[in-house]
Design a protein around this ligand. Sequence first.
Ligand SMILES: C[S@@+](CC[C@H](N)C(=O)[O-])C[C@H]1O[C@@H](n2cnc3c(N)ncnc32)[C@H](O)[C@@H]1O
Length: 231
Amino acid sequence: MTDAQPSADRRLAAQALAADDPTGWFEPLYAEAAAGTSVVPWDRDEPNPLLVDWVTTTSTPLGGRALVIGCGYGVDAEFVAAQGIRTTAFDISPTAIRGARTRFPQSPVTYKVADLLHPPAAWLAAFDLVIESITIQSLPPAVREASIAAIRGFLAPDATLLVIADIATTPAPGPPWPLTPADMNAIATSDLTPIRVERLPRPDTPGRHRWRAEFHRPAVQGTPATDHGTP
Ligand SMILES: C[S@@+](CC[C@H](N)C(=O)[O-])C[C@H]1O[C@@H](n2cnc3c(N)ncnc32)[C@H](O)[C@@H]1O
């Protein structure tokens, strides 16, 4: 990472936030990167090692349909699809989605331009596995609740949500806006159960830690048989 990279995010984010547009800096950043004048700081060639470790060690059934949120150039989505899961991945930036399709021309992933804060209705309760890696924290706290609510909405009965995020330590101006323990607690609801919430060392960044949390939406239970008595 060069010194110019963080300043590109922060410069573009500051402009977007000043215009009260919390998502307005992603497309300009990817467009600058496409023009070669900036670099996307979270871009990497390998899938997120905390995702790889979870997928390869979990006993949780992964299900048949996955959704990857804020997929950028698609490296994590390709990894998920390689597990044999029908995978949809989306990003708000059309340039990022074009980049993913160019990078993986033979991809089995369905890449879409979409906004987490205004998702397609067809995605409601449509996925068995939802992967959220550092997208919630890239949006300001004012839209945190809305982002999390939208993510919950994607989960089908019996689905799993995996959240990977930086851990908030000292207050600092974002982006990013890492997640506090209270933020992690607030992801769970009466119908979204935390299975495991871990603070793990980042294999790719020695000395830093991230949340990795798994949540489960219960399968819809059949209505219990009711004894109405014998007429
Ligand atoms: C910090 S990057 C994380 C990228 C990737 N998930 C990862 O783990 O490296 C956040 C990504 O989410 C996308 N994004 C931000 N807000 C979004 C929104 N409202 N809807 C969809 N994508 C969004 C950005 O364009 C960017 O690619």
